[in-house]
Ligand binder design. Structure first.
Ligand code: FAD
Length: 345
């Protein structure tokens, strides 16, 4: 009797353990799941090829419903799309979102919860992990086993392999630059069901924070985190005026503009352009650095770029050790040159 029951429940736990089920917290924009969240889906697949993925989306209106449809056919392993349909979730407020995540986790009992290391994901996951009494694993760049991950430490100078030994769920943020989204290889016939999340858990506590406003610059240029080409300026640019030269170059190349912390601190550009340890992590096809010395905190944000081009008047600048192509020159002349060459084909 008793022994058999124990054996039975042990066996049951074992068989549950064999199948990963993952909740992917997704962000959306313009009715589409953001590319960084598609990378989170790719990470969920890396956890297990048999992973059962639920995608959680929040917001309201048509944009949410279009994004839910996109999510429903975004990856063959997606088995369900959960939508939290409320204005409360239209904004990236970590407090109500953490409550939402806790509630959805308590109902779904997922083995893993994954979000991308965006500002939103970085803000949300630690709060949700605290509410669920687990330790999050942050900035995962590679998944070797269901609970074994690689993440950079010391500003990317060393890679650390960690095994998660805590309780379910294993909550992790992933670097979207390390997981390529599966290119729309989705069979047209497979569309996951879309379910509304019960929002009765929302309390006054959840609504303590409120959204004031968003100030952003309208730009035609691609988003820094996803751009194929990034043109970055450092302190060597010397002024906000001179950054306009880079903007012109970026315009010609269809590139995003980035900056070092020194350039941000000097007030040349706003801090959302900062690349590095305390800024954005980018890995474009082409990264061009003008007047950037190549401090380790800057390299931490761009060293995974496919091709790195550096222009600096100091031949000993450390950026040249990371660069595939280096030009020891005055950057003002060099960027003018690049524009001219590009125009000439
Ligand atoms: P500098 O180091 O001053 O380099 C300017 C370069 O421009 C020089 O190499 C110079 O030779 C060259 N130059 C000057 N004039 C010209 C010209 N006319 N033509 C060509 N070249 C010229 N930094 C980041 O970028 N991102 C981060 O996220 C970040 N996080 C940090 C976190 C911590 C905890 C700390 C301590 C620091 C962090 N930093 C970060 C700062 C970092 O250490 C460096 O101070 C910063 O990256 C330097 O920026 P820079 O290369 O623009 O400036």
């Amino acid at each position: 009797g008793g022994a058999g029951f124990r054996y039975g429940s042990h066996f049951f736990a074992q068989s549950l353990r064999r199948f990963a089920s993952t909740l992917v917290v997704a962000e959306h924009e313009g009715g589409l799941v953001k590319p960084s969240s598609l990378s989170a889906l790719a990470a969920a697949e890396a956890v297990s090829k048999e992973n059962k993925i639920s995608v959680l989306l929040g917001g309201s209106g048509r944009a949410l419903h279009k994004a839910a449809e996109h999510a429903a056919s975004s990856h063959p392993l997606v088995s369900e799309v959960l939508v939290a349909d409320s204005d409360t979730f239209a904004r990236p407020l970590a407090e109500p979102w953490a409550d939402l995540l806790r509630s959805v986790q308590q109902k779904g009992g997922y083995s893993h919860v994954i979000a991308s290391s965006t500002s939103f994901g970085k803000n949300l996951l630690p709060r949700a992990a605290a509410l669920l009494d687990v330790s999050p694993v942050t900035d995962v760049t590679s998944i070797t086993e269901e609970r074994v991950f690689v993440r950079p430490i010391y500003a990317g100078n060393a890679l650390c392999t960690v095994r998660y030994t805590g309780d379910d769920p294993c909550i992790m943020s992933i670097r979207s630059t390390s997981f390529s989204p599966t290119s729309d290889a989705m069979s047209e016939t497979k569309v996951a069901p879309i379910t509304q999340v019960d929002l009765s858990f929302l309390s006054e506590e959840s609504l303590k924070s409120s959204w004031v406003n968003l100030t952003s610059q309208d730009t035609e240029r691609p988003d820094l985190a996803n751009a194929r080409v990034v043109v970055t300026g450092g302190r060597g640019l010397k002024s906000a005026e001179n950054f306009k030269l880079l903007e012109q170059l970026a315009e010609k190349l269809g590139a995003a503009v980035g900056a070092t912390r020194a350039a941000v601190d000097a007030g040349f550009v706003p801090n959302d352009l900062q690349v590095g340890q305390t800024g954005k992590i980018v890995a474009p096809e082409l990264y061009m650095a003008f007047g950037v010395s190549g401090a380790i905190q800057h390299l931490a944000g761009m060293r995974d770029s496919k091709v790195i081009v550096a222009v600096n008047k100091d031949a000993d600048a450390p950026i040249f050790q990371a660069a595939d192509y280096g030009l020891v020159a005055d950057l003002f002349e060099a960027s003018t040159l690049v524009v001219a060459e590009h125009e000439g084909g």
